[in-house]
Each structure stands twice: as C-alpha cells, then as structure tokens.
Design a protein around this ligand. Structure first.
Ligand code: G4P
Length: 526
C-alpha cells in the first residue's frame, strides 16, 4: 500500500467534556508534551469564555481566533496527532457533534467532583451511536471528589459504557497522594507544582516502600483495591476499546499535569489510526489509493472586513494534493484548491499534500455544505454525518417583502453551513429555524441582514424537539400528519418532521403510534 506509513503514523481525536471539567487544561498539557506550545496558558486565551457574554460578536471574535486552533497537530513518540478542538460553549454544541464525525477516537474528561454532567451525557449519545473508541480522564483529583468506586458506577450507568481502570487514585483532595498504574505496576506520586513525576516500580503491593511512601493506612487500602481491580478487570481488552465497547480510565489532575502522561502514552500506543469509513456505495479504507474526504464543518467569518469561509475537510483515503482537480459529488463538478492549509504549529500554512486522518482548511465561496464529499471521480457520499434535533425553534417573519428572494437564499446558505436547521410547516409556507442555542439566532439575524440585506423578526415557538418521522406504513404516516398538522413540518430535503411541545407529548405520540418511528437524528446522506 502506498501510504501505509503515513496512515499508521496518524491519530485523529477530540477531547470533550462538560464545560469547566478541564478540557482546555488537558488540551494544553497534551500540546506541551507534544512540543506544540511552550508555555502554559497559550490555549486558554483562545477559549470562548463560557460565562463571558451573550454578545455574539465578542464570541465570534474569539471564535475567529479559535479557527487557528480548530485542529492542533503535534508529534509525540513518532506519531502525528491531530487534536480537533470542540467549542466549549453550549450554544455551539452542534459544531461539536459534527466534529465528532471527523475523529477516530475521543478523550472524555470528567470532573471528579461533579461526576457525569448534562453535556457529557449528550456528547456520549453521539459517540456511542458511532461506536467511537473512548478514553476517560477523571480530573481534579486534587479536590475532594466522589468516592472513586461510586464514580465509576455512575459513569458506567449513565453513559452505558463499560469502564476499565488503568490507573487508580490514592485518596483525593488534600490527601491525594498519587495514582497506582495498574498496567505498568508502578506508583506515581503526586507532588503539587512539581514538573517531573516521581515514579516507583512496585509490582508487589506488600513492598515495604509503599508504606514508607504513602503511609500504612493508605498502603493497605490501595493493596486491597488493586487486588479487587485485578480480579475484576485483568488486562485491558484493546480490541474491545477499539470497538467502542470498553473505555480505559485514568485518574489525575490536569492543572497539575498529573496523570496526563500515563494517558497520553497509552493513547499513543493503542488509540486507532485512521479508520475505514462507510459511504453510500462501499466502505472506504484509509489505504485505498484514490483520494476521498468530506466536509464536516464550515466556518464563516462575521467580520465584514474579512468575509471568508473555511470548509474543513477530513481526508479519509489516498492523498490530497494542492492544485489538483477533485470531484465535488453533490455539484457534479471538478474543483481544485490553490491554497489549502493545514493547522500545523497553529499557523495557517499552505500545504502541498495531506493524508488520511488529516484535516485541511479550504477557502470556500459558497460551494460547500456540511456532508459534501470530494473524490477522485467516484460518486459516493460518506455516511454517518447526521443532523441533530434542534432544541429551540423560532418562526421567521420577513420584515421586508421586497427582499423575499434574498431571505430565501440567505436561509438556504446559512443552514447549509450548519448554523441552524430550516423547516417548513406542513401545508404552509411558515419557515421555522431550529438551533441548539440562543446565540445562533442572533448570528442568523445579523448575517441575514449584513450579507443578504434581509431583515427578519424571529418569534419563539413552543416546541422542544423536532423528530424525523419514518414508517413502513404510508397510510399511517399520512393520517398522523393530517391529524397533527400544527406539529408537522418538513426539513430542507422534504423529510417529514414532528415538532413536539414537550417530552410528555413526544412520549405519548411514540406510545400511541407504534407503526411510526421517531428519530432524533437524520442522516444527511442515506
Ligand atoms: P473546560 O475547557 O472543560 O471548560 O475547562 P478548563 O480547562 O477551562 O478548566 C476549568 C477550570 O478548572 C479552570 O479554572 C481550571 O484551571 C480548573 N482545573 C482544570 N484542571 C484542574 C484540576 O486538575 N484541579 C483543579 N483544582 N482545577 C482544575 P478557572 O478558575 O475557571 O480558570 P483559571 O482561572 O484557572 O484559568
């Protein structure tokens, strides 16, 4: 195979967490290990401050900076790691969901004090749907957290995933003494503020050095815990991790750079290299010689002085080359890129070539929408890139009838970019936009006016979710849509949706209509 060496070198992943669990801090530590940054704090300044503001221009300014860190590439132990950033701000959750379609694995950060939180649950829903391999980092052990056994149970239960502890903590909070590395059979001692880790190989937990280092009482508890863990878990079944069935777990404190190296080393050793991907016609292996890739994110700059759009392409097979014509499947035309760029070293560098697992930034003048596929001539689409049910809905009221055409165009283009989803109410022309966060509505209103000259008012609608409907029984579906007219609409591609007022209504309809399937996601390409 032509590019095996390049492919086997690459690991493309994302770090995800509920805001404040420590994603940014952990990202920074990874970059420090990879030599991609030199000082602590470098990533932090690019972060969208979650409490900061509802002023979207300010957020956009920060987002603009964050384009440069959308993909952070670093080398570690002869591997090339592509770390895809996901926005911490809840209102950009859909961006995060999409980014998860472009990675081969994820690291999930959980705050040991708060346990599983709302955003973790949502993100894990997407991850388990795709069977993406997960590694878990339980953070903030330097604070008094939950009992570690209870925490594992909570994570397993809430996220429906089997865990496999790789390290085990000795206390937490001010009594936190470090972790025991179950695989390497070594004790890693915690000294706050210390740069180098104090590691002691101890395979026999009756070793007298243990008492000396952590005290008799903690040594006895650790020996008991480790015996129990060894009995229950044994060695990590790497195959099951790669299938997304088992998640290795590490304990540590990101801010103290403690327990991070243990995870990074394991990550480099076992995390998947670029994986094969399904398309509408076949499975594309990364070592297929012909190039293919898909667009998973589009970033439009709101600054009127720099009105550029960047489409993010994930390379799935073959080699992507600058100035080479590729087939844009949806538009059925060949396109080439003279300034594709990579994100290496956090600068926009023009690149000559890219390999599977890499993400390339393409300047776009409106040719792309989320889910578009580029190939070397083949006509297929990558699948597994869904739209997710929005959670806030507003009706679009056109304030300037002279600009109806512009408004239509603007709505189509903005929703193609994935800023929001557009629905039309059943039998009517009422246009509804659905988003995950309030902020998106401000963005839409602003952009419709600035870019398309269309002035709109957005009126809140009392819906809480949109579900895509399918059924083998056409008549039942038609009857349902007639009966529930006020709650029925269609998406941009003409797929029928049900707009539910509340969870109760939704569950009632699901129970009352066993012949109809209610889907919370919809595949862009089936
Ligand atoms: P996020 O990206 O997931 O939103 O979280 P982030 O890394 O920004 O961390 C959130 C807060 O938690 C930060 O504090 C950070 O310093 C702190 N933190 C991260 N890891 C640990 C840890 O291991 N132990 C403890 N005790 N705290 C940790 P902040 O006050 O919000 O920000 P800053 O002023 O420290 O920058």
């Amino acid at each position: 195979m032509k590019y095996t060496q390049e492919i086997n070198k690459r690991k493309t992943f994302a770090i995800i967490s509920h805001p404040d669990a420590g994603k940014t801090t952990l990202t920074e530590k990874f970059l420090l290990f990879g030599g991609a940054i030199q000082t602590a704090g470098a990533v932090k300044s690019n972060k969208i401050k979650k409490h900061a503001t509802s002023d979207f221009m300010e957020i956009e300014r920060q987002r603009g900076i964050s384009v440069a860190t959308s993909v952070m590439t670093f080398e570690y132990k002869n591997h090339l790691v592509n770390l895809l950033d996901t926005p911490g701000h809840r209102d950009f959750a859909e961006d995060t969901y999409r980014t998860l379609t472009a990675v081969d694995s994820v690291v999930l950060v959980i705050d040991s004090v708060n346990g599983v939180e709302e955003q973790t649950r949502r993100l894990m829903g997407v991850i388990s749907m795709r069977k993406t391999p997960v590694m878990v980092f339980i953070n903030k052990l330097d604070r008094d957290g939950k009992n570690r056994f209870d925490l594992l149970e909570e994570i397993e239960k809430e996220l429906s995933i089997q865990l496999h502890p790789m390290t085990w903590p000795i206390n937490s909070g001010k009594d936190f003494k470090g972790v025991y590395d179950l695989e390497k059979e070594s004790l890693v001692l915690f000294t706050p503020g210390s740069k180098a880790e104090d590691v002691l190989e101890i395979s026999d937990l009756a070793d007298a050095r243990l008492n000396k280092k952590i005290g008799e009482k903690d040594a006895a508890v650790l020996a008991e815990d480790v015996e129990l863990l060894r009995g229950v878990y044994g060695n990590l079944p790497v195959e099951d991790y790669l299938k997304g069935d088992v998640a290795p777990v590490f304990f540590g404190s990101a801010v103290n750079n403690f327990g991070v190296k243990e995870m990074l080393d394991t990550f480099i050793r076992i995390a998947p290299t670029p994986r094969p991907r399904e398309t509408t016609s076949k499975i594309v292996a990364p070592d297929d010689e012909k190039f293919s890739g898909f667009i998973f994110k589009i970033h439009a700059n709101l600054d009127p002085k720099h009105r550029d759009r960047i489409a993010f392409l994930r390379v799935c097979s073959g080699k992507f080359e600058r100035n080479t014509y590729y087939h844009h499947v949806r538009l059925n035309k060949d396109v080439r890129f003279s300034n594709p760029y990579s994100f290496l070293a956090r600068q926009k560098d023009v690149i000559e070539e890219a390999f599977p697992g890499d993400v390339v930034g393409l300047f776009d003048t409106g040719n792309f929408k989320i889910g578009d596929t580029l190939t070397e001539g083949d006509n297929f689409y990558f699948t597994g890139i869904p739209s997710f049910s929005p959670e806030i809905f507003k009706e679009v009221i056109n304030k300037d009838p002279m600009k109806t055409k512009q408004l239509e165009k603007g709505l189509i283009q903005l929703t193609d970019e994935g800023v929001a989803q557009l629905f039309t109410q059943f039998g009517g022309t009422k246009k509804i936009i659905g988003c995950v966060g309030e902020l998106q509505f401000e963005v839409i209103q602003y952009r419709l006016l600035q870019e398309y000259g269309a002035s709109v008012q957005l009126n809140s609608l009392p819906f809480y979710k949109a579900c895509w409907l399918t059924s083998n029984n056409d008549k039942k579906l038609l009857d349902f849509s007639r009966f529930k007219q006020a709650n029925i609409g269609e998406d941009k591609d003409g797929n029928m949706i049900y707009l539910a007022q509340s969870e109760w209504f939704l569950n009632t309809e699901i129970t009352n209509n066993p012949d109809i399937q209610f889907h919370f996601t919809s595949e862009i390409h089936k």
